[in-house]
Design a protein around this ligand. Structure first.
Ligand SMILES: *Cc1c(COP(=O)(O)O)cnc(C)c1O
Length: 216
């Protein structure tokens, strides 16, 4: 079995236990650091949703792949500088890292300019870690209000829980925050914990090393 087939099977098995439809969970294959040669076999197996964490890396790697496969959906899952907002809006079909007011303004401007409406997740600093990206939980209501006022297409919340401890409470908290704000999307779960995330309502899981092997 290929790594992709194995991950798909684990999603299906977990979804069945959770009485969810596997089709309600979008698997984003995180291809950062991996070259096109590593990506092509997954495309061959029918995978169409991919993620990168750097605008520049995606700009180098994806134009040719996107041209050959126009149905590919490319997601940005890494921190985004405001001065790269326009590039990001042109390159990506979904952005998971809206986390502050200045970036919100830059994304609104970029969407106006390009005429592209790119769905957004607000990244939440779910473990309240000083070094991590993401909006503080206390600042989430204001940021979501601002997004609504700017008519930005926010579809959900995203988190990267603290490393080295059980992720489930953080996934549950993200799901609750999404519920509280009437947002359907929950981008949570990576190679080590995507089954837990699926159990707790993830709609988008971001899986890298389980599909591509360890990053160098
Ligand atoms: C790299 C990355 C992932 C994938 O991590 P793996 O542990 O390799 O599955 C998911 N989300 C974000 C934000 C990442 O940067």
């Amino acid at each position: 079995m290929t790594p992709l087939a194995a991950v798909r099977e684990r999603i299906a098995r977990t979804a069945a236990i959770a009485r969810r439809k596997a089709g309600d969970v979008t698997l984003i294959a995180i291809s950062k650091t991996h070259p096109a040669e590593a990506i092509l076999p997954l495309i061959g197996e029918g995978q169409r949703v991919f993620g990168e964490n750097r605008v520049q890396e995606a700009d180098g790697k994806w134009p040719a792949l996107q041209e050959a496969h126009p149905d590919i959906e490319l997601h940005l899952v890494g921190q985004l500088q405001s001065n790269k907002a326009e590039e990001a809006v042109r390159r990506f079909d979904c952005i998971h890292s809206l986390d502050r007011s200045s970036l919100l303004t830059a994304l609104a401007k970029a969407m106006d300019k390009t005429g592209r409406r790119v769905p957004l997740f607000v990244q939440v600093n779910i473990g309240d870690e000083p070094q991590k990206g993401g909006c503080a939980i206390g600042e989430l209501p204001a940021l979501l209000d601002e997004a609504r006022t700017a008519d930005l297409p926010v579809i959900g919340l995203m988190c990267v829980p603290p490393a080295g401890i059980e992720a489930a409470p953080f996934f549950a908290l993200l799901a609750k925050l999404a519920d509280d704000h009437g947002l359907a999307g929950r981008s949570m779960g990576m190679s080590d914990d995507f089954e837990t995330a699926v159990m707790l309502g993830a709609t988008h899981i971001r899986v890298g090393s389980a599909l591509f092997g360890a990053r160098g």
